[in-house]
Design a binder for this molecule. Sequence first.
Ligand code: MN3
Length: 226
Amino acid sequence: MKEHYPFLNTPLPYGFDALEPYIDAQTMELHHNRHLQTYIENLNAALRQQPRLQTLSLAELLAIAPTLPEPLATTVAHNAGGVYNHQFYFNGLAAPGNTPGSGPTGQLADAIIQQYGSVAQMLEQLAQTAAGVFGSGYAWLVLQPGGGLAIVATADQETPLTLGFCPVLAVDVWEHAYYLKHYNKRADYLADWQQVINWSQAAQNYAGCLDAKVCQTDGCRYIYRS
Ligand code: MN3
């Protein structure tokens, strides 16, 4: 079923304390109940008087946003991006007990090893990109439209979707994602984040990207149905 207006802040698929000791419960609660909540409220408020936008999914809103008049275009891009990115990040986390020293398996593992040599080397590059984000944003492992994985950074609440990429794995490096526990030490947070990656979700995301890819004579792109 396609999620659309009014968007709801559904509970996390794990407890706020599930990621301890790597990501603390207070950070998770504030991040979900206040930061994500604010994006959801602002997005719903922006769509309240826009009936033709109310049946669109987040991916569809992000795709159509540049064609809207200002200030609606910017409001929709920022807030649909904020909801999309946070839901993607939160769903990509799992209790450390669920992933004891584990990593990706199957097609995703093969693709990472083929491209980066090992999972550890991919995570090292991802952490370097994440450490290099100036100010607020995210680092992502994505699939490129032409095929092959890539590591990219996005600023603020820009999403990889609008850049033509299909996201597999994301890390939120806004300070609110780590400041209470890790203070200004983003590198420490990035190391801890690696302990709570939901690799089965990443594998599902990868498979979903392969399914979403549509190629025509002028090239390939990802079409999201939800
Ligand atoms: Mn955040």
